[in-house]
Design a protein around this ligand. Structure first.
Ligand SMILES: [Zn+2]
Length: 507
């Protein structure tokens, strides 16, 4: 008999959602919307779909702003799409809040049409679904109040939500361990775009040792698979503690939004670890979270208070796997280029960098030596020049050079040339030109005109003539003139033009 495995869909335990007040009940009348705080997505974070009823539907006057933190199904297009604002009796789609971005998903109406939910936002105490339609006037007929609908996350929506829950629950765990182990409050946190690391903001930088200690402690709790549950009761604003501040006056965390009218106080509890007021969706257990902290913090200057805070970045769950995959691909690619195994790559990089530095130094030394030799040769030819009756002798030398700074080498020749030619006792003007080995219409050719003392006017005249005849762009001062010509340098054409210009010098 072939082996077979039975995979059960993960289910949220019935003890997850606890109404701890004897007087708080879930509204059951389907004409009434369940408030944010008691939504199906908050009672059962693993629930993917739900049959429910429409409470109200209006044409959206203002398209929802893109939430900016979407992993998939970004609602950037929402501004252009006709949108309906739909309130349901209950929903599996989380409206953004508590640092957690909105879910995306679908609504299937009673006429069997399926519509995309671009974003869900809390308005007062209710979750408003922004539903994309073709024609608001016509399509609103599908959303009659009281009619039956199915609301679901769908595969993409669930993947996105699962990532958000993983990072959000990990943040609660991380903040709790930072607090108990290092006495460090979390000032704020950011659930960044997948697959970037999320971060918590702390009042001071933490050392590598502290980071490892926190990571170990957090993962001990992960391996134990501590359970997570939610406790809800009526909200009594008068009894809420105010937002705490640090010594520098910086707020720790965020207060309950002033405009929240859902009337529910919600506390997320990690068994034996943490109790934290929060509206987000949280996994029922720390199982599989596997927290990884980047082993350094990033300082962020706060101009207003002339203090700085530190960001500690973390990965967990799907993002951690994505990070491991990307890091592995990067190191493998580096190792392949270096023809070594991944573990040897760091040492090879040091070796290659060192070799390159020495090679550059050697190339520099050799270049100087070569420039001197070339200069000597040119000086020799200038001295032997038989241009009768010319007070200034001239020469053109063309080179092929793929150096990134071809002008630098031409300058080095010119520099040595002045020394070498002084002994020859003749006044001179030379044109040094340089082209890359691969010639195309976009090749950049470099030119340098250099003269001996007192040839300023000749150098300038040659520069001007080359501008006009060869299309060189450039300029100069005294006995130096440099420029560039883009395109194909042909010795029989451009080279010949240079020779001709030079024949006219000092004649
Ligand atoms: Zn939270």
């Amino acid at each position: 008999m072939a082996a077979s495995a039975l995979l059960l869909a993960p289910v949220t335990p019935p003890t997850y959602h606890r109404i701890v007040s004897p007087t708080l009940t879930l509204p059951t009348g389907t004409a009434q919307a369940i408030p944010v705080g008691l939504l199906a997505c908050q009672r059962d974070p693993l629930l993917r779909q739900l049959s429910t009823n429409i409470v109200s539907c209006t044409v959206s006057q203002s398209a929802p702003p893109p939430s900016g933190k979407n992993k998939k199904g970004s609602s950037n297009a929402a501004a252009k799409v006709p949108t309906l604002e739909v309130i349901l009796h209950d929903t599996v789609l989380f409206p953004e809040g508590g640092g957690q971005p909105s879910d995306v998903g679908h609504i299937t109406t009673a006429d069997d049409k399926t519509w995309s939910v671009l974003q869900v936002k809390r308005s007062g105490g209710h979750a408003v679904h922004y539903v994309a339609v073709k024609d608001t006037a016509k399509d609103i007929d599908s959303f009659l109040p009281g009619s039956h609908v199915k609301v679901e996350l769908g595969d993409d929506g669930y993947e996105r939500r699962y990532d958000h829950m993983t990072m959000h629950t990990s943040q609660h765990l991380l903040s709790a361990v930072l607090e108990t182990k290092l006495n460090l409050p979390t000032l704020s946190w950011s659930l960044t775009t997948y697959p970037q690391p999320c971060y918590v903001e702390l009042p001071r930088p933490v050392t590598v040792e502290e980071i490892f200690a926190v990571q170990n402690e957090a993962n001990k709790l992960v391996f134990e698979g501590r359970s997570v549950h939610v406790e809800v009761e009526e909200l009594d604003r008068a009894q809420l503690p105010g937002v705490q501040t640090t010594e520098t006056g910086r707020a720790v965390g965020k207060a309950l939004p002033e405009d929240y009218t859902g009337g529910v106080k919600r506390v997320v509890v990690i068994h034996g670890v943490d109790r934290n007021p929060c509206c987000g969706t949280h996994l029922p257990s720390l199982h599989n979270l596997q927290l990884f902290l980047l082993p350094q913090t990033e300082s962020v200057a706060r101009a207003a208070s002339s203090t700085s805070t530190a960001r500690l970045y973390f990965f967990a769950g799907p993002r951690l796997l994505a990070h491991l995959g990307a890091s592995h691909a990067q190191i493998t690619s580096i190792a392949n280029t270096l023809s070594c195994g991944a573990p040897q790559a760091p040492a090879r990089v040091v070796q290659v960098t060192d070799e390159r530095r020495r090679a550059e130094k050697r190339a520099e030394d050799v270049e100087i030596e070569l420039a001197r030799l070339l200069a000597k040769q040119i000086a020799h030819e200038l001295a032997a020049s038989s241009e009768e009756g010319k007070e200034v002798v001239t020469k053109h030398v063309h080179r092929t050079d793929d150096a990134s700074n071809a002008l630098g080498f031409l300058n080095s020749i010119a520099f040595s040339l002045v020394d070498a030619a002084v002994s020859a006792g003749k006044r001179f003007v030379v044109v040094l030109s340089s082209s890359p080995s691969a010639i195309s219409s976009t090749s950049v050719n470099t030119l340098l005109i250099a003269g001996s003392e007192g040839t300023d006017a000749h150098v300038k005249a040659v520069g001007e003539a080359l501008k006009a005849r060869v299309g060189v762009k450039g300029g100069g001062k005294g006995t130096r003139w440099s420029g560039k010509m883009v395109g194909v340098w042909n010795e029989r054409k451009e080279g010949a033009a240079v020779e001709e210009v030079l024949r006219g010098v000092g004649a």
